[in-house]
Design a protein around this ligand. Structure first.
Ligand SMILES: [Zn+2]
Length: 487
Protein backbone atom coordinates (compact mmCIF):
# COMPACT_ATOMS: atom_id res chain seq x y z
CA UNK A 1 0.00 0.00 0.00
CA UNK A 2 2.75 2.41 1.11
CA UNK A 3 4.81 1.49 -1.92
CA UNK A 4 1.84 2.14 -4.13
CA UNK A 5 1.40 5.60 -2.68
CA UNK A 6 5.06 6.49 -3.17
CA UNK A 7 4.91 5.26 -6.75
CA UNK A 8 1.80 7.32 -7.38
CA UNK A 9 3.51 10.41 -5.89
CA UNK A 10 6.57 9.92 -8.10
CA UNK A 11 4.36 9.54 -11.17
CA UNK A 12 2.40 12.62 -10.24
CA UNK A 13 5.56 14.70 -9.78
CA UNK A 14 6.93 13.47 -13.09
CA UNK A 15 3.70 14.45 -14.80
CA UNK A 16 3.63 17.88 -13.16
CA UNK A 17 7.27 18.45 -14.07
CA UNK A 18 6.52 17.43 -17.62
CA UNK A 19 3.91 20.12 -18.04
CA UNK A 20 5.56 22.88 -16.02
CA UNK A 21 8.81 22.65 -17.93
CA UNK A 22 8.10 21.23 -21.31
CA UNK A 23 11.22 19.88 -22.92
CA UNK A 24 13.31 20.08 -19.79
CA UNK A 25 12.44 16.78 -18.20
CA UNK A 26 13.61 14.17 -20.66
CA UNK A 27 14.94 12.04 -17.80
CA UNK A 28 11.45 11.45 -16.45
CA UNK A 29 10.26 9.45 -19.41
CA UNK A 30 11.42 6.42 -21.24
CA UNK A 31 8.75 6.42 -23.91
CA UNK A 32 8.62 8.83 -26.83
CA UNK A 33 6.17 11.72 -26.89
CA UNK A 34 3.87 12.74 -29.72
CA UNK A 35 1.77 15.89 -29.80
CA UNK A 36 -1.16 16.60 -32.09
CA UNK A 37 -1.30 20.39 -32.17
CA UNK A 38 -3.90 22.96 -33.31
CA UNK A 39 -6.36 20.19 -33.98
CA UNK A 40 -10.17 20.21 -33.87
CA UNK A 41 -10.90 17.66 -31.17
CA UNK A 42 -13.90 15.32 -31.40
CA UNK A 43 -13.53 13.56 -28.03
CA UNK A 44 -16.84 11.66 -28.34
CA UNK A 45 -17.47 12.12 -24.61
CA UNK A 46 -20.36 14.27 -25.80
CA UNK A 47 -21.39 15.89 -29.06
CA UNK A 48 -18.80 18.64 -29.25
CA UNK A 49 -15.87 19.87 -31.34
CA UNK A 50 -13.13 21.67 -29.39
CA UNK A 51 -11.03 23.94 -31.57
CA UNK A 52 -7.28 24.51 -31.48
CA UNK A 53 -6.39 21.68 -29.11
CA UNK A 54 -3.20 19.84 -28.26
CA UNK A 55 -3.29 16.15 -27.42
CA UNK A 56 -0.09 14.78 -25.92
CA UNK A 57 0.68 11.07 -26.13
CA UNK A 58 3.36 9.18 -24.29
CA UNK A 59 3.90 5.56 -25.25
CA UNK A 60 0.42 4.21 -25.84
CA UNK A 61 -1.43 6.61 -23.52
CA UNK A 62 -2.94 10.06 -23.81
CA UNK A 63 -1.22 12.11 -21.06
CA UNK A 64 -2.59 15.61 -21.62
CA UNK A 65 -5.32 17.43 -23.53
CA UNK A 66 -5.87 21.17 -23.65
CA UNK A 67 -5.96 24.34 -25.74
CA UNK A 68 -2.83 24.67 -27.88
CA UNK A 69 -2.09 28.12 -26.48
CA UNK A 70 -1.95 26.68 -22.97
CA UNK A 71 -0.25 23.32 -23.45
CA UNK A 72 3.21 23.64 -24.94
CA UNK A 73 4.38 20.52 -26.67
CA UNK A 74 7.67 19.31 -25.15
CA UNK A 75 10.67 20.18 -27.33
CA UNK A 76 11.55 16.57 -28.03
CA UNK A 77 7.99 15.52 -28.89
CA UNK A 78 7.14 14.54 -32.42
CA UNK A 79 4.69 17.17 -33.63
CA UNK A 80 1.73 16.27 -35.82
CA UNK A 81 0.16 19.43 -37.19
CA UNK A 82 -3.62 19.20 -37.00
CA UNK A 83 -4.70 22.57 -38.36
CA UNK A 84 -8.03 22.18 -40.21
CA UNK A 85 -8.14 18.48 -39.36
CA UNK A 86 -10.27 16.61 -36.82
CA UNK A 87 -9.02 14.18 -34.21
CA UNK A 88 -11.50 11.48 -33.18
CA UNK A 89 -11.23 8.14 -31.38
CA UNK A 90 -10.35 5.07 -33.44
CA UNK A 91 -13.31 2.92 -34.43
CA UNK A 92 -14.12 -0.58 -33.22
CA UNK A 93 -15.56 -3.50 -35.16
CA UNK A 94 -17.27 -5.20 -32.25
CA UNK A 95 -18.32 -8.37 -34.05
CA UNK A 96 -15.97 -9.86 -36.58
CA UNK A 97 -14.09 -13.12 -37.11
CA UNK A 98 -10.39 -13.84 -37.20
CA UNK A 99 -9.25 -16.80 -39.21
CA UNK A 100 -6.06 -18.78 -39.15
CA UNK A 101 -5.42 -18.01 -42.84
CA UNK A 102 -5.34 -14.23 -42.36
CA UNK A 103 -1.64 -13.62 -42.68
CA UNK A 104 -1.29 -16.32 -45.30
CA UNK A 105 -1.84 -16.10 -49.03
CA UNK A 106 -5.64 -16.30 -49.04
CA UNK A 107 -6.23 -12.56 -48.62
CA UNK A 108 -4.52 -10.15 -51.06
CA UNK A 109 -3.75 -7.89 -48.07
CA UNK A 110 -3.80 -8.95 -44.44
CA UNK A 111 -7.13 -8.00 -42.83
CA UNK A 112 -5.17 -6.55 -39.91
CA UNK A 113 -3.84 -3.90 -42.29
CA UNK A 114 -7.20 -3.36 -43.95
CA UNK A 115 -8.64 -2.62 -40.54
CA UNK A 116 -5.97 -0.11 -39.55
CA UNK A 117 -6.01 1.60 -42.93
CA UNK A 118 -9.76 2.14 -42.47
CA UNK A 119 -9.45 3.64 -39.02
CA UNK A 120 -10.46 0.55 -37.05
CA UNK A 121 -8.15 0.32 -34.03
CA UNK A 122 -10.12 -2.26 -32.01
CA UNK A 123 -11.55 -5.54 -33.23
CA UNK A 124 -13.49 -8.12 -31.28
CA UNK A 125 -13.48 -11.66 -32.63
CA UNK A 126 -16.79 -13.45 -32.21
CA UNK A 127 -15.37 -16.87 -32.97
CA UNK A 128 -11.96 -17.72 -34.37
CA UNK A 129 -11.58 -20.53 -36.91
CA UNK A 130 -9.91 -23.75 -35.85
CA UNK A 131 -10.17 -26.08 -32.93
CA UNK A 132 -8.54 -24.02 -30.21
CA UNK A 133 -8.31 -20.46 -31.54
CA UNK A 134 -5.09 -20.03 -29.60
CA UNK A 135 -3.31 -18.36 -32.55
CA UNK A 136 -5.56 -15.33 -31.99
CA UNK A 137 -4.18 -14.91 -28.47
CA UNK A 138 -0.67 -15.07 -29.91
CA UNK A 139 -1.46 -12.45 -32.57
CA UNK A 140 -3.13 -10.28 -29.93
CA UNK A 141 0.08 -10.33 -27.87
CA UNK A 142 2.26 -9.71 -30.93
CA UNK A 143 0.20 -6.66 -31.87
CA UNK A 144 0.31 -5.38 -28.31
CA UNK A 145 4.10 -5.66 -28.18
CA UNK A 146 4.52 -4.07 -31.60
CA UNK A 147 5.81 -7.21 -33.34
CA UNK A 148 2.82 -7.29 -35.66
CA UNK A 149 0.85 -4.44 -37.22
CA UNK A 150 -2.84 -4.40 -36.39
CA UNK A 151 -5.69 -3.18 -34.23
CA UNK A 152 -6.11 -4.23 -30.61
CA UNK A 153 -7.81 -7.62 -30.42
CA UNK A 154 -10.40 -8.95 -28.02
CA UNK A 155 -11.62 -12.46 -28.59
CA UNK A 156 -13.81 -15.28 -27.42
CA UNK A 157 -12.63 -18.87 -27.64
CA UNK A 158 -14.15 -21.42 -30.00
CA UNK A 159 -17.92 -20.92 -30.19
CA UNK A 160 -20.20 -23.04 -28.00
CA UNK A 161 -22.28 -24.02 -30.96
CA UNK A 162 -24.37 -26.88 -29.68
CA UNK A 163 -24.48 -29.70 -29.09
CA UNK A 164 -21.74 -29.29 -26.45
CA UNK A 165 -20.89 -32.24 -24.22
CA UNK A 166 -19.49 -30.42 -21.19
CA UNK A 167 -20.38 -26.73 -21.30
CA UNK A 168 -19.04 -26.14 -17.79
CA UNK A 169 -15.63 -27.55 -18.66
CA UNK A 170 -15.45 -25.53 -21.88
CA UNK A 171 -16.20 -22.26 -20.08
CA UNK A 172 -13.62 -22.98 -17.37
CA UNK A 173 -10.99 -23.98 -19.92
CA UNK A 174 -11.52 -20.86 -22.03
CA UNK A 175 -11.19 -18.65 -18.99
CA UNK A 176 -7.80 -20.12 -18.09
CA UNK A 177 -6.64 -20.00 -21.70
CA UNK A 178 -7.08 -16.24 -21.57
CA UNK A 179 -10.05 -15.63 -23.87
CA UNK A 180 -12.01 -12.47 -23.14
CA UNK A 181 -15.56 -13.77 -23.36
CA UNK A 182 -17.82 -16.74 -24.04
CA UNK A 183 -19.73 -16.94 -27.30
CA UNK A 184 -22.99 -18.89 -27.23
CA UNK A 185 -24.72 -20.03 -30.38
CA UNK A 186 -28.16 -20.77 -31.80
CA UNK A 187 -28.08 -24.56 -31.46
CA UNK A 188 -27.54 -24.91 -27.71
CA UNK A 189 -30.20 -26.81 -25.79
CA UNK A 190 -31.69 -25.06 -22.74
CA UNK A 191 -29.67 -27.43 -20.53
CA UNK A 192 -26.38 -26.65 -22.29
CA UNK A 193 -27.13 -22.94 -22.43
CA UNK A 194 -27.94 -22.61 -18.74
CA UNK A 195 -24.98 -24.73 -17.65
CA UNK A 196 -22.68 -22.49 -19.69
CA UNK A 197 -24.38 -19.31 -18.42
CA UNK A 198 -24.25 -20.40 -14.77
CA UNK A 199 -20.57 -21.32 -15.01
CA UNK A 200 -19.80 -18.06 -16.77
CA UNK A 201 -21.58 -16.10 -14.06
CA UNK A 202 -19.67 -17.90 -11.29
CA UNK A 203 -16.38 -17.21 -13.06
CA UNK A 204 -17.39 -13.63 -13.91
CA UNK A 205 -17.08 -14.29 -17.63
CA UNK A 206 -18.71 -11.97 -20.16
CA UNK A 207 -21.26 -13.78 -22.32
CA UNK A 208 -22.44 -12.83 -25.79
CA UNK A 209 -24.05 -14.58 -28.66
CA UNK A 210 -27.05 -15.64 -30.62
CA UNK A 211 -30.44 -16.31 -29.11
CA UNK A 212 -30.57 -20.13 -29.01
CA UNK A 213 -33.66 -21.35 -30.88
CA UNK A 214 -34.73 -23.51 -27.95
CA UNK A 215 -34.22 -20.73 -25.41
CA UNK A 216 -35.68 -17.65 -27.07
CA UNK A 217 -35.28 -13.98 -26.16
CA UNK A 218 -37.19 -14.25 -22.88
CA UNK A 219 -34.93 -17.10 -21.77
CA UNK A 220 -31.82 -15.16 -22.76
CA UNK A 221 -32.98 -12.10 -20.81
CA UNK A 222 -33.78 -14.19 -17.73
CA UNK A 223 -30.42 -15.96 -17.93
CA UNK A 224 -28.71 -12.57 -18.03
CA UNK A 225 -26.64 -12.96 -21.18
CA UNK A 226 -24.49 -9.83 -21.40
CA UNK A 227 -24.88 -9.11 -25.12
CA UNK A 228 -26.69 -10.12 -28.31
CA UNK A 229 -24.52 -10.77 -31.36
CA UNK A 230 -26.70 -9.31 -34.12
CA UNK A 231 -29.76 -7.10 -34.53
CA UNK A 232 -31.04 -9.84 -36.88
CA UNK A 233 -31.21 -12.30 -33.98
CA UNK A 234 -34.47 -10.57 -33.05
CA UNK A 235 -35.92 -11.47 -36.44
CA UNK A 236 -36.41 -15.09 -35.33
CA UNK A 237 -38.62 -13.85 -32.50
CA UNK A 238 -41.22 -12.99 -35.16
CA UNK A 239 -41.28 -16.54 -36.45
CA UNK A 240 -43.76 -18.97 -35.01
CA UNK A 241 -42.01 -22.31 -34.44
CA UNK A 242 -41.87 -25.17 -31.95
CA UNK A 243 -38.98 -24.51 -29.56
CA UNK A 244 -39.27 -28.01 -28.06
CA UNK A 245 -38.74 -29.88 -31.31
CA UNK A 246 -36.25 -32.74 -31.12
CA UNK A 247 -33.51 -31.43 -33.45
CA UNK A 248 -29.78 -30.98 -33.20
CA UNK A 249 -27.23 -28.57 -34.65
CA UNK A 250 -27.85 -26.99 -38.03
CA UNK A 251 -31.13 -28.89 -38.43
CA UNK A 252 -32.55 -26.09 -36.30
CA UNK A 253 -31.60 -23.45 -38.84
CA UNK A 254 -33.14 -25.43 -41.69
CA UNK A 255 -36.32 -25.83 -39.64
CA UNK A 256 -36.73 -22.17 -38.66
CA UNK A 257 -35.92 -20.97 -42.19
CA UNK A 258 -38.62 -23.33 -43.45
CA UNK A 259 -41.06 -22.02 -40.86
CA UNK A 260 -40.25 -18.40 -41.60
CA UNK A 261 -40.67 -18.76 -45.34
CA UNK A 262 -43.97 -20.53 -44.75
CA UNK A 263 -45.11 -17.68 -42.57
CA UNK A 264 -43.68 -14.79 -44.57
CA UNK A 265 -44.29 -16.01 -48.11
CA UNK A 266 -47.86 -14.64 -48.23
CA UNK A 267 -46.59 -11.32 -46.90
CA UNK A 268 -44.19 -10.94 -49.81
CA UNK A 269 -47.19 -10.07 -51.94
CA UNK A 270 -47.57 -6.90 -49.88
CA UNK A 271 -45.59 -3.81 -50.74
CA UNK A 272 -42.86 -2.75 -48.38
CA UNK A 273 -44.88 -0.07 -46.59
CA UNK A 274 -47.81 -2.41 -45.99
CA UNK A 275 -45.53 -5.13 -44.74
CA UNK A 276 -43.81 -2.72 -42.41
CA UNK A 277 -47.06 -1.57 -40.83
CA UNK A 278 -48.30 -5.16 -40.57
CA UNK A 279 -45.18 -6.26 -38.68
CA UNK A 280 -44.61 -3.10 -36.69
CA UNK A 281 -46.50 -4.16 -33.52
CA UNK A 282 -44.46 -7.37 -33.10
CA UNK A 283 -41.20 -5.60 -33.94
CA UNK A 284 -42.06 -2.94 -31.36
CA UNK A 285 -42.99 -5.36 -28.60
CA UNK A 286 -39.91 -7.54 -29.21
CA UNK A 287 -37.51 -4.57 -29.16
CA UNK A 288 -39.23 -3.18 -26.06
CA UNK A 289 -38.26 -6.32 -24.15
CA UNK A 290 -34.69 -5.06 -24.20
CA UNK A 291 -35.57 -1.66 -22.81
CA UNK A 292 -33.77 -0.94 -19.52
CA UNK A 293 -32.11 -4.37 -19.72
CA UNK A 294 -28.58 -3.16 -20.38
CA UNK A 295 -28.08 -5.81 -23.06
CA UNK A 296 -26.12 -4.25 -25.91
CA UNK A 297 -26.72 -5.48 -29.45
CA UNK A 298 -24.23 -5.59 -32.34
CA UNK A 299 -25.51 -3.94 -35.52
CA UNK A 300 -24.20 -6.09 -38.46
CA UNK A 301 -26.74 -4.52 -40.87
CA UNK A 302 -24.43 -4.13 -43.86
CA UNK A 303 -24.45 -7.90 -44.25
CA UNK A 304 -28.12 -7.71 -45.26
CA UNK A 305 -27.23 -5.18 -47.95
CA UNK A 306 -24.36 -7.36 -49.18
CA UNK A 307 -26.66 -10.38 -49.38
CA UNK A 308 -29.03 -8.41 -51.62
CA UNK A 309 -26.14 -7.24 -53.80
CA UNK A 310 -24.87 -10.80 -54.20
CA UNK A 311 -28.30 -12.20 -55.05
CA UNK A 312 -29.53 -9.47 -57.41
CA UNK A 313 -26.56 -7.38 -58.58
CA UNK A 314 -23.63 -9.77 -58.69
CA UNK A 315 -21.72 -8.02 -61.49
CA UNK A 316 -21.91 -4.65 -59.75
CA UNK A 317 -20.88 -6.32 -56.49
CA UNK A 318 -17.80 -7.84 -58.13
CA UNK A 319 -16.85 -4.45 -59.56
CA UNK A 320 -16.94 -2.61 -56.23
CA UNK A 321 -13.38 -1.34 -55.61
CA UNK A 322 -13.22 -2.62 -52.02
CA UNK A 323 -14.11 -6.14 -53.11
CA UNK A 324 -10.71 -6.49 -54.80
CA UNK A 325 -9.55 -7.30 -51.29
CA UNK A 326 -11.69 -10.45 -50.99
CA UNK A 327 -9.96 -13.83 -51.22
CA UNK A 328 -9.80 -15.22 -54.74
CA UNK A 329 -11.36 -18.54 -53.71
CA UNK A 330 -14.39 -16.60 -52.50
CA UNK A 331 -14.78 -14.69 -55.78
CA UNK A 332 -14.64 -18.00 -57.66
CA UNK A 333 -17.29 -19.48 -55.42
CA UNK A 334 -19.51 -16.44 -56.02
CA UNK A 335 -19.08 -16.70 -59.79
CA UNK A 336 -20.08 -20.35 -59.62
CA UNK A 337 -23.20 -19.50 -57.58
CA UNK A 338 -22.01 -21.68 -54.70
CA UNK A 339 -21.49 -18.99 -52.11
CA UNK A 340 -23.04 -19.26 -48.63
CA UNK A 341 -25.98 -16.89 -49.12
CA UNK A 342 -26.51 -17.80 -52.76
CA UNK A 343 -27.18 -21.29 -51.45
CA UNK A 344 -29.07 -20.31 -48.30
CA UNK A 345 -31.51 -18.10 -50.24
CA UNK A 346 -31.78 -20.36 -53.31
CA UNK A 347 -35.40 -20.33 -54.47
CA UNK A 348 -36.31 -17.72 -51.87
CA UNK A 349 -34.21 -14.79 -53.10
CA UNK A 350 -37.14 -12.40 -53.03
CA UNK A 351 -37.23 -12.83 -49.27
CA UNK A 352 -33.87 -11.07 -48.71
CA UNK A 353 -35.06 -7.44 -49.17
CA UNK A 354 -37.93 -8.10 -46.78
CA UNK A 355 -35.64 -9.51 -44.15
CA UNK A 356 -33.48 -6.39 -44.50
CA UNK A 357 -36.54 -4.20 -44.07
CA UNK A 358 -37.48 -6.03 -40.88
CA UNK A 359 -33.92 -5.86 -39.50
CA UNK A 360 -33.88 -2.10 -40.17
CA UNK A 361 -37.19 -1.87 -38.31
CA UNK A 362 -35.56 -3.59 -35.33
CA UNK A 363 -32.57 -1.25 -35.51
CA UNK A 364 -34.82 1.80 -35.29
CA UNK A 365 -36.88 0.33 -32.46
CA UNK A 366 -33.81 -0.61 -30.44
CA UNK A 367 -32.56 2.94 -30.80
CA UNK A 368 -35.93 4.28 -29.74
CA UNK A 369 -35.78 2.05 -26.64
CA UNK A 370 -32.27 3.33 -25.77
CA UNK A 371 -30.68 -0.08 -26.20
CA UNK A 372 -26.91 0.28 -26.49
CA UNK A 373 -25.91 -0.53 -30.07
CA UNK A 374 -22.40 -1.59 -31.01
CA UNK A 375 -20.84 -0.98 -34.42
CA UNK A 376 -20.15 -4.37 -35.97
CA UNK A 377 -19.88 -5.96 -39.39
CA UNK A 378 -19.32 -9.73 -39.05
CA UNK A 379 -16.42 -9.35 -41.51
CA UNK A 380 -13.29 -11.47 -41.54
CA UNK A 381 -14.42 -14.99 -42.34
CA UNK A 382 -13.90 -14.27 -46.01
CA UNK A 383 -16.94 -16.40 -46.74
CA UNK A 384 -19.65 -13.74 -46.79
CA UNK A 385 -18.30 -10.96 -49.00
CA UNK A 386 -17.54 -8.43 -46.28
CA UNK A 387 -14.17 -6.73 -46.51
CA UNK A 388 -12.56 -6.10 -43.11
CA UNK A 389 -12.22 -2.39 -42.36
CA UNK A 390 -13.96 -1.07 -45.46
CA UNK A 391 -17.27 -2.53 -44.31
CA UNK A 392 -17.21 -0.42 -41.13
CA UNK A 393 -17.86 2.71 -43.24
CA UNK A 394 -20.87 1.05 -44.87
CA UNK A 395 -22.18 0.07 -41.45
CA UNK A 396 -21.90 3.72 -40.32
CA UNK A 397 -23.65 4.91 -43.50
CA UNK A 398 -26.53 2.51 -42.90
CA UNK A 399 -26.98 3.74 -39.33
CA UNK A 400 -27.24 7.32 -40.59
CA UNK A 401 -29.65 6.27 -43.34
CA UNK A 402 -31.84 4.85 -40.58
CA UNK A 403 -32.14 7.92 -38.44
CA UNK A 404 -28.90 8.08 -36.45
CA UNK A 405 -27.13 11.43 -36.34
CA UNK A 406 -23.45 11.15 -37.31
CA UNK A 407 -22.60 11.53 -33.62
CA UNK A 408 -24.94 8.70 -32.63
CA UNK A 409 -23.58 6.47 -35.40
CA UNK A 410 -19.95 7.11 -34.47
CA UNK A 411 -20.79 6.56 -30.79
CA UNK A 412 -21.72 2.93 -31.57
CA UNK A 413 -18.09 2.30 -32.52
CA UNK A 414 -16.44 4.55 -29.92
CA UNK A 415 -18.23 5.79 -26.81
CA UNK A 416 -20.59 2.81 -26.56
CA UNK A 417 -17.79 0.26 -26.53
CA UNK A 418 -16.29 1.61 -23.28
CA UNK A 419 -18.72 0.01 -20.79
CA UNK A 420 -18.70 -3.24 -22.79
CA UNK A 421 -14.91 -3.57 -22.82
CA UNK A 422 -14.85 -2.60 -19.16
CA UNK A 423 -17.39 -5.23 -18.18
CA UNK A 424 -15.56 -7.80 -20.29
CA UNK A 425 -11.96 -7.10 -19.27
CA UNK A 426 -11.91 -4.47 -16.53
CA UNK A 427 -10.11 -2.03 -18.85
CA UNK A 428 -11.66 1.43 -18.84
CA UNK A 429 -9.43 3.22 -21.30
CA UNK A 430 -11.12 2.95 -24.68
CA UNK A 431 -13.74 4.63 -26.80
CA UNK A 432 -13.25 8.32 -26.04
CA UNK A 433 -10.38 10.80 -26.12
CA UNK A 434 -9.52 11.41 -22.47
CA UNK A 435 -6.37 11.61 -20.39
CA UNK A 436 -5.25 8.11 -19.40
CA UNK A 437 -6.94 6.47 -22.37
CA UNK A 438 -5.20 4.41 -25.01
CA UNK A 439 -4.02 6.56 -27.88
CA UNK A 440 -6.29 5.07 -30.57
CA UNK A 441 -6.90 8.12 -32.72
CA UNK A 442 -7.95 9.08 -36.23
CA UNK A 443 -6.88 12.31 -37.87
CA UNK A 444 -9.65 13.08 -40.35
CA UNK A 445 -9.65 15.73 -43.10
CA UNK A 446 -13.15 17.03 -42.42
CA UNK A 447 -15.63 17.09 -39.55
CA UNK A 448 -16.95 13.54 -38.99
CA UNK A 449 -19.90 14.89 -37.00
CA UNK A 450 -21.15 16.55 -40.20
CA UNK A 451 -20.90 13.40 -42.30
CA UNK A 452 -19.66 9.94 -41.34
CA UNK A 453 -18.28 9.55 -44.87
CA UNK A 454 -15.58 12.04 -43.89
CA UNK A 455 -13.96 9.28 -41.82
CA UNK A 456 -12.98 7.60 -45.08
CA UNK A 457 -10.57 10.49 -45.72
CA UNK A 458 -7.86 9.78 -43.18
CA UNK A 459 -4.76 11.88 -42.73
CA UNK A 460 -3.42 9.27 -40.38
CA UNK A 461 -4.19 6.65 -37.76
CA UNK A 462 -2.68 6.19 -34.32
CA UNK A 463 -3.11 2.73 -32.85
CA UNK A 464 -1.88 2.25 -29.28
CA UNK A 465 0.39 5.27 -29.72
CA UNK A 466 1.88 4.06 -33.03
CA UNK A 467 1.40 6.58 -35.81
CA UNK A 468 0.68 5.69 -39.42
CA UNK A 469 0.51 8.68 -41.75
CA UNK A 470 -1.50 8.81 -44.96
CA UNK A 471 1.35 7.46 -47.04
CA UNK A 472 1.93 4.43 -44.82
CA UNK A 473 -1.80 3.72 -44.77
CA UNK A 474 -1.81 3.75 -48.58
CA UNK A 475 1.18 1.41 -48.66
CA UNK A 476 -0.60 -0.87 -46.21
CA UNK A 477 -3.43 -1.49 -48.66
CA UNK A 478 -1.40 -1.48 -51.86
CA UNK A 479 -2.45 -4.37 -54.09
CA UNK A 480 0.68 -4.51 -56.25
CA UNK A 481 2.89 -7.57 -56.14
CA UNK A 482 5.47 -6.00 -53.82
CA UNK A 483 2.83 -5.77 -51.09
CA UNK A 484 3.23 -9.18 -49.53
CA UNK A 485 0.49 -10.31 -47.13
CA UNK A 486 1.30 -9.67 -43.50
CA UNK A 487 4.82 -8.63 -42.72
ZN1 LIG B 1 -20.37 -13.62 -36.56
Amino acid sequence: MREGKILFFVQLMALIALFLQPGAVGWARAEPLTAFVHVNLVPMTKEVVLQNQTVLIQGERIVAIGPSDRIAAPADARIIEGTDAFLMPGLADMHMHIRADWPGSSWPVSPFRLYLANGVTTIRCFGPSGKTGKYVLKWRDEIQSGKRIGPQIYTCGPILRGPVRHPERVVIKQKYQGFDFIKLYSYLSPGEYHEAMNTARKLKRYTAGHIPFQVGLDGVITAGMDEIAHVEELFWELVDFDRHKNLTGAAWLTYVIEKSSEQFRPLIELDMAELESRLRPSVESTAAKLKDRQIPVCTTLFLDEVIIQKLFHLQAFLKKPQNRYLPQWYIERLRQGKEKHQQQFAGGEEFAPYKYLIDKGFLKELKKNHVVLLLATDAGTGAMGLVPGFSIHDELRILVENGFTPYEAIATGTKNIAPVIQKMTGQATLGTIEVGHRADLLLVERNPLEDVAHIRKLRGVMAAGRWYDKQSLQQMTALDSSAAPDR
